[in-house]
Ligand binder design. Structure first.
Ligand SMILES: Cc1cc2nc3c(=O)[nH]c(=O)nc-3n(C[C@H](O)[C@H](O)[C@H](O)COP(=O)(O)OP(=O)(O)OC[C@H]3O[C@@H](n4cnc5c(N)ncnc54)[C@H](O)[C@@H]3O)c2cc1C
Length: 377
């Protein structure tokens, strides 16, 4: 997404020079921890690893960092990040990028981690679907939901209207300013975006095939309120059955309880969720349970293969919560475990950043100003 490239010059410059280098010679990228997934968990892992003087490189299938936050809800406020009463998802990603800048992580973007080979010395070689090879001492899978594959409704010609009136994600609400939009779905995304876009679009219609919604109670109540205020048109039980328009979507056909009618719209946003796909990682010999990777949560979030960890939304263990703050915690313990493995016998003493400061790999240092007392009488 452009906003990150514009804001993080260090990141865009790095990516350009790095990709040029790689185009010239398909060299092996070497690092201490190879992180698969540049979502919030993967990004914060770079910071925690940096404090322990461990270098990180991140692979992501998407063209920009941020995972679900950049791809699914960059303009939505998050309310449960400690210390932030409210922060836009896109701003949290920007802040994480700023926080890890000192540790100069490498990025392989727009490529999927495809195969892994464990070497005799315990190191790993991870190769992407585009053939880029990475040699590392440990692997941290922070792959979240996996590759983002929206569940598409079975409507004739739907592919023709993609990017011409059909959007499966709301990346930039401004696209819908003063436009007529129709959202379909019965879960949190459909409810939340209907509420949010009722202040942006000229007309919002929410269509669901049942009268009951699966989303949070307060969101359902809010939609009800907006319906009575005339800000959301609710059509239930109904389904979209046809799309019309020569070059761009102009109207949709709906089946409302057996009766057919056509309504004009500029955009149709079907929000039927994502089908989580672990993809090639599912064939790496890891223990998988319900599409998530089993880890040892009592210790360090390591998988059944020594040296491969799984952190954030991608893992599972008793009591697992798929929350950003849980991913941050898991990333921290994973880095401590990698440090201990790479430095056997060396006693690690936990240091507070308030006391130790932060020494970046770029030679910069952050520390609190120290009071200088010249003499004590
Ligand atoms: C609408 C919405 C609202 C939310 N609100 C909140 C909230 O208020 N508070 C909260 O705590 N959580 C919230 N969440 C959940 C939160 O977004 C997730 O818990 C969080 O994104 C998990 O971070 P992650 O880094 O583990 O994974 P992700 O953010 O999913 O990132 C994973 C990354 O891995 C990449 N990837 C996957 N497989 C591969 C591969 N093979 N090769 C290369 N790259 C790969 C993906 O492209 C992706 O970029 C919300 C989620 C949604 C959808």
């Amino acid at each position: 997404m452009i906003f990150i490239i514009e804001k993080h010059f260090w990141f865009s410059e790095f990516c350009i020079s790095e990709s040029q280098k790689l185009q010239n010679r398909k060299e092996m990228i070497e690092t201490d921890i190879l992180i698969i997934g540049a979502g919030p968990t993967g990004l914060f892992a770079v910071f925690e690893a940096g404090l322990l003087k461990l270098k990180c490189h991140i692979i992501d299938a998407l063209p920009q960092p941020g995972g679900q936050l950049s791809e699914l809800y960059p303009k939505k406020p998050i309310f449960d990040i400690p210390g932030y009463p409210s922060v836009l998802a896109g701003d949290l990603v920007d802040n994480l990028m700023e926080q890890i800048k000192q540790f100069q992580p490498g990025f392989t973007l727009n490529e999927k981690a495809d195969t892994i080979e464990k070497q005799a010395d315990g190191t790993f070689i991870v190769t992407t679907d585009k053939g880029t090879k990475h040699l590392c001492k440990a692997v941290a899978i922070a792959g979240g939901l996996g590759s983002f594959e929206p569940r598409k409704p079975l409507i004739e010609d739907i592919e023709f209207y993609e990017d011409k009136g059909i959007e499966y994600f709301v990346k930039d609400p401004e696209l819908f300013r003063n436009k007529k939009i129709v959202i379909a779905g019965g879960g949190d995304s459909a409810l939340d975006w209907s509420i949010f876009l009722s202040n942006v679009a000229s007309e919002v219609t929410l269509i669901h095939r049942r009268n009951e919604f699966r989303g949070a109670l307060d969101s359902v109540e809010k939609v009800q309120e907006l319906k009575h205020a005339g800000k959301i048109h609710l059509i239930t039980p109904a389904e979209v059955i046809g799309l019309n328009g020569a070059e761009h979507l102009e109207s949709i056909d709906i089946d409302e309880n057996g009766a057919h009618r056509t309504i004009k719209t500029d955009y149709f946003i079907p929000l039927f969720g994502l089908s989580p796909k672990l993809g090639a990682i599912a064939n790496w010999g890891l223990e998988i349970e319900k599409n998530a990777i089993k880890v040892n949560n009592a210790l360090d979030y390591q998988t059944n293969i020594e040296g491969i960890y799984a952190i954030g939304d991608v893992n599972t263990y008793p009591g697992k919560l798929k929350l950003i703050l849980c991913g941050f915690h898991e990333a921290t313990l994973m880095c401590q475990s990698v440090y201990n493995k790479l430095n056997p016998g060396k006693k690690y003493v936990l240091k507070y950043t308030t006391v130790s400061g932060v020494d970046g790999f770029d030679g910069t240092r952050k520390e609190a100003e120290k009071a200088v007392v010249k003499s004590i009488d």
